[in-house]
Ligand binder design. Sequence first.
Ligand code: MRU
Length: 390
Amino acid sequence: MGGAFTAIRWENPYLEIVDQLLLPHKIAHIPIRNSEDGHKAIVTMQTRGAPAIAIVAALSLAAELLALPKEYFKTAADASDYIISKLKYLSTSRPTAVNLFDAVNKLTAVVTKAIETDDSVSPQDIVKAYINSSEAMLEADISDNKAIGKHGAKYLINRNTSESTHQKFKVLTHCNTGSLATAGYGTALGIIRSLNEDGALSHAFCTETRPYNQGSRLTAFELQQDNIPSTLVCDSAVSFLLKQNPDIRAIVVGADRVAANGDTANKIGTYQLALAAKAHNIDFIVAAPTTSIDLNITNGDQIIVEQRKSTEVTCVSGKLLIGPEDDNTKTNGEAEQQPQLLAVRVAPQGVSVWNPSFDVTPAELITAVVTEKGVITDLPNLKKEVESKS
Ligand SMILES: CSC[C@@H](O)[C@@H](O)C(=O)COP(=O)(O)O
């Protein structure tokens, strides 16, 4: 996955996404025909991960616009108003990942500029400007991730191997930051893929990432698909794992929003991993495209953390095991059946639950933020560094 499948399939004018709710049991693509479908797929987590959310939102509206009759908009202003109001609607889907708001702002600016700079612009020109820009976002995310992978791998290899030793090392990651969370290749998982391609990785550990299990359902699946030597661990096993494995040289995570001072919102559990990394004196690396950096907020206190429903904590969900033969066995067609997904309650009914989807890791616990432009280690000057590179 580096290349096994594409989670966001855009073949103008058609958009399909992998339904992540069915993973790892079944790989099924579902059509996204319009912004309502896009909004719903984001809200229900059929698609998730900061960059993927932004791209699916943008392309869902592209699919909708391409399906409208040619004469649907009478004027360029009609087209621009329509696009801007749909973008506003899409931005209400999830609150924490800034990539969505970044995409909405950039696409709003594209149509606004198109109408302001040329009096004779037609409604079709506005739609075309929107489509071109949203397609460019898809392309850019893949190349940005490959660049993040290269920069991050080079940085970690330089810090952990010398020319004489050429020793391989291990890393740990959290949540899902791979092909499923992005347009392709991945951010933190992109670094892991790149380390593996460079022959520097001996093993990757991934956490389950309770309560939603992005680690066990998605990252473990991607690592397996790529044949990267890997092991799944409980979130609560990490400190002990680090103690037992001094050759784990880094924890590498993604980001949903990085503030101007480097404070980073990412999947719940990230903060405690950063504390464990500090206690074991290993690198804690945040891998994120610049679309995840929010220079408008000075620190992480200003990040809105999404609160999610209690059943994510009180229940576990998964596939009903039919029997020991359930694993890896191909039957005559039955293996292709829809998986029977069950939610099982594992807490007393009515228990009070606190379920923030993200936490904010203070910048002082972060060794480096790796973007497509390079590696930033001087986090108090992150804003300056990002602005100087753009
Ligand atoms: C490249 S994705 C980085 C983050 O978006 C990822 O680690 C994460 O926290 C995803 O959260 P999710 O709630 O699954 O959308």
